[in-house]
Design a protein around this ligand. Structure first.
Ligand code: MTE
Length: 318
């Protein structure tokens, strides 16, 4: 398992002296290895890649939830993004997201929990076992990618903060800082961006909090320093740059539903049989491929998540 202090956070996010020392050791090892001096067997080999490239990267602990499909390139996933806080064009986040300051970073845990508080990111990550998870990523617009995320199950954070039995849903909130996120000066969406999950969806082992991809810290445009990844749902559920996680007893609002309620629902499960009002969802184009491929029910994760929706009318609950 990866150690969380090895990546995705900077020393200012880390509170304990011990963690700080570990990071210093890690950096030294990485410097040696980059110089070709040492290839210590205990060294996280993903951290010394010269280029984050799909041909040279192999996950250390891909685990049983990862797809074996070919991953997209780092270039695909860091230059073709939706992050409206930086503009509506797919190339805008890569061009403009350098103004985002992902460190230091706090996450506010609120609502129906026994351990609410404003936690430095280092405390949120402390003790979490990081995993490489290679997931399909299907955007509601009809494109898809395969992304090797680095993260940990949201369920493990939920366990740490101890929600009360009254908590039925979670709402997630993105940073609101128009000086860092110029798109928030525009009225494209209501800011800050918000998303939500039912508690059982949040607890599902597929649901990740990601701090990286290809074994490296998240690029700003992918939602640094902490984002949600819900691979059986359309991409917009995977909210970026999270500053608050609220435990509540009602179904929360989500940005795209507020913006166009007839087009984007709360559930947003990938479903090839339920068309978007303006286009079919039956097929998708994997970035880098010419021909479209069939979209899979629940994005191919039905054996793991299908039971969450047993008895629900997925046309109504889109
Ligand atoms: N989170 C925030 N805060 N703002 C956004 O505009 N876009 C969503 C989602 N999370 C978005 C967001 C959409 S529509 C998609 S498809 C995914 O992020 C894209 O993630 P990626 O850029 O890492 O592929």
């Amino acid at each position: 398992m990866h150690k969380p202090e090895s990546y995705g956070i900077t020393s200012s996010d880390i509170t304990s002296e011990n963690d700080y020392r570990n990071r210093r050791v890690f950096m030294k090892q990485a410097a040696f290895a980059a110089a070709g001096v040492l290839a210590a067997p205990f060294l996280d080999r993903t951290s010394v890649l010269p280029a984050q490239d799909k041909n040279s990267w192999k996950p250390l602990h891909a685990g049983k939830y990862s797809t074996t499909e070919d991953t997209n390139s780092f270039n695909d996933m860091s230059t073709y993004n939706n992050f409206y806080e930086f503009g509506t064009d797919k190339s805008d986040p890569a061009r403009y997201a350098s103004t985002l300051k992902p460190s230091p970073w706090n996450v506010s845990i609120e609502g129906l929990v026994k351990k609410p508080g404003v936690y430095p990111l280092g405390d949120i990550l402390k003790g979490q076992s990081m995993e490489d998870r290679i997931y399909r990523h299907r955007c509601v617009e009809g494109w898809s990618m395969v992304i090797p995320w680095l993260g940990f199950p949201l369920a493990n954070l939920i366990a740490k903060v101890e929600p009360t039995s009254k908590a039925k849903y979670i709402q997630f909130v993105t940073l609101f800082a128009p000086d860092q996120m110029p798109g928030q000066k525009e009225g494209t969406l209501r800011w800050p961006y918000v998303e939500g999950l039912r508690m059982d969806e949040a607890m599902n082992p597929l649901t990740l909090l990601a701090t990286g991809l290809y074994g490296k810290p998240l690029p700003n445009q992918n939602g640094a320093p902490l984002r949600l990844v819900v691979p059986w749902k359309y991409g917009f559920k995977s909210i970026k740059s999270i500053v608050a996680i609220k435990f509540i007893d009602y179904q929360p609002q989500n940005s795209w539903n507020m913006s166009a309620p007839n087009e984007y629902g709360f559930y947003s499960n990938v479903n090839p049989d339920v068309d978007h009002p303006r286009w079919s969802q039956a097929k998708e184009r994997r970035l880098g491929e010419f021909f479209k491929r069939k979209t899979l029910m629940f994005n191919g994760y039905g054996d793991i998540v299908g039971s969450l929706y047993a008895g629900m009318d997925l046309r109504k609950n889109f």
